[in-house]
Design a protein around this ligand. Structure first.
Ligand code: PEP
Ligand code: MN
Length: 344
């Protein structure tokens, strides 16, 4: 359950409530806001809850108690009805602006990454994407530049002022990736890697959690709960396509998951139309559709010469196509009451 304290509740009263729920066996997860404190209480069997709720509601310092019956609590919309805003650099993800993150699938060199970073920034992107550690189905494919890739991303970020998002695959690498990047990406293959989720939950760097290609929406939200339970409340949910019987597309981009996740959760929702389709000619239409259906951010693969990209070239757009796509998306964003950063 979630206990919303009255605005006039004193620190002593808050401590008293925390002590009561702790004694009942709950895990206590308070958020001390500027106006009021909200306490998340988790982990007690449903059967015992009614009496505890009644006792708390009788206290003058408690405004209301919200029982949450879903298998995720902190992730649920009830916990934070107004919607969460995740701040990255000077970008706010989850507000009126649709934040665009763009860049190569994998970092190849400093020069190419800088070239793309400048191009996507000029076109309106706010965050640079790029993989240093690449999860690969085949152990024989290129696995990413690793540490060198992280150093390139950091250097390009400093040069351009763009924050960077990159994937972390190994719980032991979380600290290092946090030192080089501004958003930690959890890839589709790792959505249920619970040790990794717990580790990024201990970090205070925002996390972008890709939906597992096999995962139901509820499982995806439960994975996000692992991160939030660790105390990291800056979580972005990313729809990147799921496996269906269709083989024409690489994945089936499930855009209905966008409004669904936004209804169930307060977390911002990101769409990745690149992994979501696998084909460059489908990236534009699906990006426009993502803007129309309520995405808070976009994650798009861009490369100076997609035909020569080491990874995912078929689903990658070039600099000019990206610039044009941003212009089209701005018109759609305006029609649904949102904005995308203007070109420089
Ligand atoms: C990627 O963003 O390049 C990537 C590997 O994503 P996913 O985990 O969605 O396949
Ligand atoms: Mn990719």
């Amino acid at each position: 359950m979630i206990i919303v304290m009255a605005p006039h509740a004193t620190p002593e009263q808050i401590a008293d409530v925390e002590q009561r729920i702790q004694e009942w066996g709950y895990g206590v997860h308070p958020i001390y806001g500027a106006e009021r404190t909200v306490i998340g209480a988790v982990g007690v069997p449903d059967a015992d809850k009614a009496a505890y709720q009644e006792q708390l509601e009788s206290l003058d310092c408690v405004e209301r108690v919200i029982p949450i019956l879903r298998p995720y609590k902190f992730v649920s919309r009830e916990y934070h009805p107004q919607g969460t805003i995740v701040r990255v650099g000077d970008a706010e993800i989850g507000g009126d602006e649709i934040v665009v993150m763009a860049g190569p699938c994998t970092v190849e060199s400093y020069e190419k990454t800088l070239d793309t970073a400048r191009a996507v920034k000029a076109a309106g992107a706010r965050v640079l994407r790029g993989g240093a550690f690449k999860p690969c189905t085949s152990p024989y494919s290129f696995q990413g530049l690793g540490m060198e890739g992280l150093r390139i991303l950091q250097a390009v970020s400093r040069e351009t002022g763009l924050p960077v998002i990159t994937e972390v695959m190994d719980p032991r690498a979380v600290e290092t990736v946090c030192e080089h990047a501004h958003i930690l990406q959890i890839g589709t293959r790792n959505m249920q890697n619970y040790d990794l989720l717990r580790e990024v939950g201990r970090a205070r760097t925002p996390v972008l959690l890709k939906r597992g290609m096999w995962a139901r929406i509820e499982e995806w939200l439960q994975a996000a709960e692992y991160v939030m339970l660790g105390g990291n409340h800056s979580v972005l949910l990313c729809e990147r396509g799921i496996r269906t019987f269709e083989t024409y597309t690489r994945n089936t981009l499930d855009l209905s998951a966008v409004p669904a996740a936004k209804e169930l959760s307060h977390l911002p929702v990101v769409v990745d139309p690149s992994q979501g389709t696998g084909h460059r000619h489908l990236v534009g239409p699906m990006t426009r559709a993502a803007v129309a259906c309520g995405a808070d951010a976009l994650l798009i693969e861009v490369h100076p010469h997609p035909d020569r990209a080491i990874k995912d070239g078929a689903q990658t757009v070039n600099h000019e196509a990206f610039r044009q796509l941003m212009a089209e998306c701005r018109a759609i964003a305006a029609a649904v009451g949102r904005q995308i950063r203007p070109p420089e």
